[in-house]
Ligand binder design. Sequence first.
Ligand code: CP3
Length: 354
Amino acid sequence: MSVVHIDAGVGARRPDLAATAPFLRACRGERPATTPVWFMRQAGRVLPEYRSLRAGIPMLDSCRDPALITEITMQPVRRFRPDAAIFFSDIVVPLVALGLDIDIVAGVGPVVAEPIRDAAGVAALRELEPNDVPYIADGVRTLLRELGGTPLIGFAGAPFTLASYLVEGGPSRNHLRTKELMYREPKLWHDLLDRLAGITTAFLQVQVDAGVDAIQLFDSWAGALSEADYRRYVAPHSARVLGAFAGQVPRIHFGVNTGELLAVMGEVGADVVGVDWRVPLDVAARRVGPHRALQGNLDPAAVFAPHDVLDAKIRDVLARGTAAPGHVFNLGHGVLPETDPGVLAHIVDVVHAG
Ligand code: CP3
């Protein structure tokens, strides 16, 4: 397999790590001796030590406390020794910092008190300043001291996924109001996404300036769109966000149900395309092309399979992942709450053993 060099940039603060950490090397399209692995949502709900730490503390409060952010981000690193840590936060944190009334309701997700559906609502969305989120830069800096040689991934929600929460007022199956706004008032739609792209870029810039080693843009619900609609209504805005970090840090771009969008999600400026569990990685590699690495894509439900079945699935993902220039092993979406943490530790061992 020829090595395709992906110009994903090096972390400004930790150039040594960029050259040696398997996760950062794989993001650049290299093949380290062991395949790097981390898990989306590794910090949080599956860990008993997380549940006891969080007892009595509302989710959004824990996202605004650098000491808690640091401890929660470190918990899975100590337990599983993954190849990367993901900053503990939520995609709605920058919106809450701007003063939007958003509550995180247990078992439901983010709920927006006053959904945005008209010009006045869009016009009220102001730009995010670094001073709005001091705890983010503080959290990143504290974490970098704790983490040693483990790279830290910063993240944000992509404009479309954020817009879906703001327009629907909460989680949605069909994103009907979102699509209605998009089709009925395209100018207003683009104004909304433009503002969200600015907010997302500013939120990621705070993390990059504080020293995160890579970023992941979560467009979790982009798979609700056809490729044509994605290109027309979403791609320019996600491209603006990702373009702002070209050459600075590796950029991972992920969504669920995005089999038909994998190529364009790469084209908008990703160094690594995250793949959900529905599309085998060799097929995804053909769709994405030779200049981008892949991340994924074990079915999160595979953790409930007997170990021989699970191990075969892990090895299948590893084998198919060799079709991509670089491969970061992950689940095809976040860790499910019912997951036994011991199984995650087992997956790390099997991936590292090759
Ligand atoms: O579940 C936990 O681990 C507890 C902490 C928590 C997070 N978000 C952390 C998070 C809680 C309670 C939330 C609320 C929330 N926000 C939900 C409901 C979650 C649930 O299962 O009850 C949802 C759906 C959101 C919105 C959201 N947050 C989305 C769509 C994403 C992108 C990832 C995805 O799942 O598609 C997030 C990111 C997120 N939330 C992260 C964390 C730690 C970062 C990503 C990561 O760790 O991989």
